[in-house]
Design a protein around this ligand. Structure first.
Ligand code: ATP
Ligand code: MG
Length: 201
């Protein structure tokens, strides 16, 4: 019988993707011996919609694809985009678990997200479908009480990179450099598509 795959899922809006995401992904893959880490691009991040305009999902996906091209064990995930509508992690995990044999799932989150997991839709089901992998993130506090709520938690220490998509969008808008904060292929693509600068970069 085929061995179950060990699959990490790092979900995000990736608006845009940056090296903070990628460094977390490769270090979790290494530390937990995962076969694959999927950078799962949210179609409609329902917790962000309304607070700011989100770039088109296919543009965000193309940036992720450009940044993981040729990197072993990292993959851009388009399941949530193909499903359409608001993106619920629980549905994504259910779909992945339907594989044969069902993979072991590792949901990777930074400290900021780990602290608000209980606001997620059907979080108890998420908790039962996947182990939770928590990575440190500067600017946020280490989450407390996850085990008490029944999560199966793995902690992976990653280099502290104080980088956020919010800052990158501001940089692009102001014409400041994005280089080295996003892999070169991603910077080139977002410039070509005129993203984050009103088409002026
Ligand atoms: P935004 O500023 O728009 O919220 P972001 O940089 O937080 O963007 P997201 O797409 O919201 O990026 O994050 C996706 C996931 O990646 C979350 O679990 C988040 O905690 C994690 N993450 C993002 N940036 C880092 C970082 N620099 N270090 C560790 N984890 C990170
Ligand atoms: Mg965020």
């Amino acid at each position: 019988m085929a061995m179950a795959q060990r699959v990490g899922i790092l979900g995000g809006t990736f608006d845009p993707i940056h090296v903070g995401h990628l460094v977390a992904a490769v270090n979790c893959r290494y530390a937990l011996d995962l076969d694959l880490v999927i950078l799962m691009v949210a179609n409609e991040p329902w917790q962000k919609v309304g607070s700011r305009p989100v770039s088109p999902a296919l543009d965000r996906l193309a940036l992720v694809e450009a940044c993981v091209a040729g990197v072993e064990g990292l993959e851009a995930g388009r399941t949530e985009i193909d499903r359409g509508g608001p993106s619920y992690t629980v549905e994504t995990l259910r779909e992945l678990r339907a594989g044969v044999p069902p993979p072991d799932l590792y949901l990777i989150v930074g400290w900021d997200v780990a602290s608000s997991l209980q606001s997620w839709d059907r979080w108890e089901e998420i908790r039962d479908l996947a182990r939770l992998v928590v990575v440190n993130r500067p600017g946020a506090a280490s989450p407390v009480g996850l085990e008490d709520s029944g999560w199966r938690v793995e902690t992976v220490e990653v280099p502290n990179l104080e980088i956020s998509s919010t800052d990158l969008r501001e940089r692009a808008r102001d014409g400041r450099p994005l280089d080295y904060l996003i892999p070169a292929g991603g910077v080139e693509l977002l410039r070509r598509r005129g993203m984050y600068c009103g088409g002026e970069c």
